[in-house]
Design a protein around this ligand. Structure first.
Ligand code: GLA
Length: 749
């Protein structure tokens, strides 16, 4: 402990200097949010992070462990938490190492709760006990170094606070300064410890192909809930996001919510555990199943980032904080990512049957209704006439495009649209030149089957030669063609994840190196082609997470484009992710999904809650349909900034058997609000519930305008924010699958 005190004293000077600097920033800042402040109390050994409306406190306890002391609403500057003190154990069975809520704990010393780090050393030792060594504070970043009690294994915990939303970014760096490699068998970015309580409820997202983004709720009880993917990719079965609130709150905008998300597009796990003292901890990182990463001497392993936040205003506000954080601090080109263009995509219209004449005809129609980006989907390359062949052969199919892509691209440009293209770079069909030449490039175990899914196999992107090939063909494609957008697809998960040709004990590195190469290709392409935008798609929403979102401008939430199903899908999506990246196409009716018939207006209103696209066969649309579409696209452009940047309120959530749903979005400047109301099916003559708006300025005057369907005839033309929020609006909706949408615009009259 004396050793510890000495180190602490030497860190004090740095902390004091920083404090003075941060006080100056706070006085200087006015419109800007106050910068995050990080303080260290050298007497109590307590770190305090204040950002936006939140405070996070951790301390070094008498055992040198890092212990969470507080996570929640901002505390007064005068509030000081006492020194961290390890929790008592429970009898001889549960020692303090397990009962103490630690920020980062190695597996060792009798630990039974979920570890953050587990390693095996070459000499057979598997015990790892981490203790505080030192720390640094640099602006909004706190780094704390821990070390094993006897071996030269160092772990640096990084915390970065977002001044605007209070969201913390946490990650860990593990350094091997011993003279032999060791294997990391389990590794997390860190653990979030909640205040002790027994009435917690967990929300999380589940799904499958064409049915992604279901919001699940369950009470947290003793034991563990593991949210995970073992698929080599994010997956849609669980998404790496969680939110926990008290079971007593049911309103969207009330009560405390702790939430978080993992930025990793490989196999991942988030473990929510209520321990023997009814403490809840949430540990997140790489999936431990089949994991193994060999860390050589002098090497450092950096974990993915685990983001965490707190809102005192319910799950609705927790989502709004995530949306804001993603737009302002995470997406490429943050804090001012471009608004999404209205796109046309050919997939549902022409599937693999793309050619110059057919695409040109669609492009002309798309341009006539106001589309801004024309995207040709699958089918343009190699011998890709069905999903049985062609993946891996990224040359333009000469039968379909005898003069290359240039004539089509030129035509699209002449119609005032930019051009986008579908690719699936990490995959190969057995029937392809690439596989015939490089059968060893796929993930495989020698002598074992190469399991196919959608007739394709996964290339081992961890291999340097595969990485070079994938980057090379994409770079060439973008150099040779004027392409503004790539839809990057990924239509299966892993099987037989072997990496023959390298040392046996390093083969599991594939779980990490594959994803790192995926990110590095995206980063390098963006750097070389800064005007190209990219969409992350994985047969729908199978690769949406805060890792890939740092390199991609938008995502495809689901292949399910039924506008009614989409209400549920989009609702779930927005718990974690912003409508600014949520692509939503208007497709044909009846939909291929459910054979359900929906009016064109309904289909537009469903999609206009996200980033609008058209995915229908426009050749089948009547002149009246095209005229209606043109009006709706123009209308969308007038609300686009509000929908993509504003604050989203779920006024009535579309639950599985609900009769209605309503969303509202208020623009950042507060001058416009847009509301979408859907009647799923009316029963027994009940009128639609009155819509009570949120987020308006009570004393400003807003003018209402229905742009689809109608509001009740006795609705005033204009009224105060108070009126719209407390008296509310009636809409005239009867029947099945009906919808109305209106704007409220601030007026000075
Ligand atoms: C996936 C995508 C679709 C489409 C097809 C093409 O299923 O999610 O949107 O691009 O692949 O094969």
């Amino acid at each position: 402990m004396n050793e510890l005190r000495k180190t602490l004293r030497s860190s004090l000077l740095g902390a004091v200097t920083f404090l003075c600097a941060s006080v100056a920033w706070i006085t200087a800042a006015s419109a800007q949010p106050a910068p995050a402040a990080i303080q260290f109390d050298a007497v109590t050994h307590v770190f305090r992070i204040d950002a936006a409306e939140n405070t996070y406190v951790l301390g070094i306890n008498e055992n040198g462990q890092l212990q969470t002391l507080y996570w929640g609403k901002r505390l007064a500057a005068s509030d000081h938490l006492g020194a961290a003190k390890a929790m008592p154990g429970v009898s001889s069975f549960d020692l303090p190492v397990s009962t103490t809520p630690q920020e980062y704990v190695g597996w060792g010393g009798g630990l039974f709760v979920e570890p953050d780090l587990k390693v095996t050393f070459k000499d057979g030792n598997r015990d790892l006990v981490l203790k505080y060594v030192s720390h640094t504070v640099e602006a909004d970043k706190l780094s704390i170094v821990m070390k094993d009690i006897s071996r030269e294994v160092y772990v640096t915990l990084d915390y970065r606070a977002d001044a605007e939303t209070g969201i913390l970014r946490r990650s860990a760096r593990i350094s091997n300064r011993t003279d032999a490699p060791f294997t990391i068998e389990q590794v997390a970015a860190g653990t979030w410890n909640l205040p002790r309580g027994t009435d917690y409820r967990l929300r999380y997202l589940t799904g499958r192909w064409a049915a992604e983004w279901n919001v699940q709720e369950q009470l947290i009880r003793p034991g563990k809930t593991v949210l995970e993917s073992r698929r080599g990719t994010t997956g849609s079965q669980n998404n790496p996001w969680f939110a926990i609130d008290h079971n007593t709150t049911s309103d969207q905008d009330e009560g405390g919510v702790w939430f978080g998300a993992l930025g990793w597009s490989g196999s991942w796990q988030i473990t929510i555990e209520q321990d023997m003292l009814q403490q809840v901890r949430v540990t997140g990182g790489s999936n431990a199943f089949d994991f193994g990463y060999v860390l050589k001497p002098e090497e450092t392993f950096t974990t993915p980032t685990f983001y965490g936040g707190y809102s005192d205003h319910g799950i609705g506000d927790a989502s709004r904080l995530m949306h804001r954080f993603e737009v302002d601090s995470l997406l490429p080109q943050h804090p001012t990512p471009k608004l999404r263009r209205v796109i046309y995509n050919s997939w549902e219209a022409t599937a693999f049957n793309v050619d110059e004449a057919g695409q040109t005809a669609l492009a002309e129609k798309a341009a006539s209704i106001g589309v801004e980006r024309f995207v040709m989907d699958d089918g343009w390359f190699g011998q890709r006439n069905t999903d049985h062949a062609g993946l891996g052969d990224w040359y333009v199919n000469p039968q379909k495009f005898p003069n290359g892509l240039k004539p089509l691209i030129d035509k699209v440009h002449s119609l005032n649209m930019d051009f986008g293209l579908w690719v699936e770079p990490e995959m190969v069909n057995a029937d392809s030149d690439l596989y015939r030449k490089h059968p060893d490039w796929v993930l495989n175990f020698p002598g074992r089957p190469h399991t196919e899914a959608r007739n394709q196999m996964v290339l081992n992107l961890a291999r340097p030669d595969v990485r070079a090939y994938v980057f090379g063909f994409l770079d060439k494609l973008l150099n040779e063609n004027d392409i503004a957008f790539l839809k990057w697809d990924y239509n299966r998960n892993w099987s037989e994840p072997g990496w023959p040709g390298i040392a046996h004990d390093a083969q599991k590195d594939v779980y990490v190196d594959f994803i790192r190469n995926f990110y590095s290709i995206l980063a390098e392409l963006r750097q070389k082609h800064p005007n190209v935008e990219i969409e992350s798609c994985s047969g729908g929403g199978g690769r949406v997470d805060l890792g890939v979102m740092q390199y991609t401008d938008e995502v495809w939430p689901s292949d399910n484009t039924d506008a009614f199903d989409r209400l549920l899908i989009q609702n779930g999506f927005t718990y974690a992710y912003t409508p600014a990246v949520m692509m939503a196409w208007v497709t044909d009716s009846p939909t291929w999904v459910n054979q359900r018939s929906l009016s064109l207006e309904y289909r537009f209103l469903s999609s206009m809650q996200g980033s609008l696209g058209i995915g229908a066969n426009l050749n089948k649309w009547s002149p009246t349909d095209l005229e209606k579409a043109k009006q709706m696209v123009a209308q969308y452009k007038s609300i686009r900034e509000t929908v993509q940047r504003g604050a989203l309120y779920r006024l009535i959530t579309p639950d599985r058997d609900s009769e209605q749903s309503v969303t509202e979005t208020v623009s950042r400047d507060g001058k416009q609000a847009v509301a979408f109301a859907f009647l799923h099916s009316s029963r027994e003559l009940y009128p639609f519930p009155r819509i009570l708006l949120r987020g308006l300025d009570e004393s400003s005057i807003y003018r209402i305008r229905a742009f689809a369907g109608e509001v009740a005839t006795d609705t005033p033309v204009q009224a105060s924010g108070s009126y719209w929020m407390h008296h509310g609006v009636d809409v005239e909706l009867r029947g099945d699958f009906q919808a109305t949408a209106f704007t409220l615009t601030q007026t000075n009259e």
